[in-house]
Ligand binder design. Sequence first.
Ligand code: MG
Length: 316
Amino acid sequence: MTNRRDFLRNAALLTAGGLLAGKTGKALAETVPATGAEASKLIGLQIYSLGKELYPDVAAGMKKIKDFGYSTLELAGYGDGKINGIDMEEFRKITEDAGLKIISTHVNPPVREYTEGNKGQIVDFWKKACDDHARIGVKYIIQPGQPSTRSTEEVAFVSEVFGEAGAVAQAAGLQFGYHNHEMEFARVRPGGTEAVFGRRGFGPDVKDAELIYDGLLKYTDPSLVFFELDVYWAVMGQVDPVEYLRKHADRIKVLHIKDRAVLGESGMMNFELIFKQAYINGIGDYFVELEGVRDITQFEGVKGCADYLKNAAFVK
Ligand code: MG
């Protein structure tokens, strides 16, 4: 069944003066820009959401994802030029055959402790990862794992390494981003030895303590590093994602739309306000992420998330 979003998109294409006459449905889908002004109509999926369920038959899985209403993908599972053991060019072909476009990827460098001694190794890792992803046309390369940050100085050093990764990505034609969980909303202080989480940790009374996330925003170069805000983990980190979107409209360019399990079911996420602010900010790309389903398959959960967004009046 054609939903409202597909109808509007197709109507917009048809008014383009019959340019698409004679092309196949697949060509039509490929004609839809995956980024920019049209992108707000496209629902993205982080493929980690499907876990192992995707891999017995990736081609069939991609067709299901497309049928659920997704248009763009963010990869997970990169390692040595492959995605979960599948050659990246092959992976791209399978997704494009299903009418999906890969625009983003999650990649973690091999170390969590960043030091002057291993900085070169981290930068070399990013060079290969960026080259591999540039070859398949990915736009964003995003680090989802938090390096160790126990003090303000470590946050500043990690930010410096992120900047180097950002420069490597830029040289390859990609944009480097950072994705949060909840522990980026712990606090550190100058000369500190641990990150302290929660209201009863370093409170506002400790004047030199700051949230790790705020430090990353402050110490990274905006021309080299952007942020993909995971709105669920922000809430779990005891901050308001809408407030962050308002304050950092220039830095948060992509979202992870996530709930405790299937979107909208927990009641703890105000997606209406989040989407409202995202549109004000001009955010075009976001990815649904699913974790935590119990009595249903991950495919069923991923479908449930798409249904929630397709039926939500606040999603354009
Ligand atoms: Mg996430």
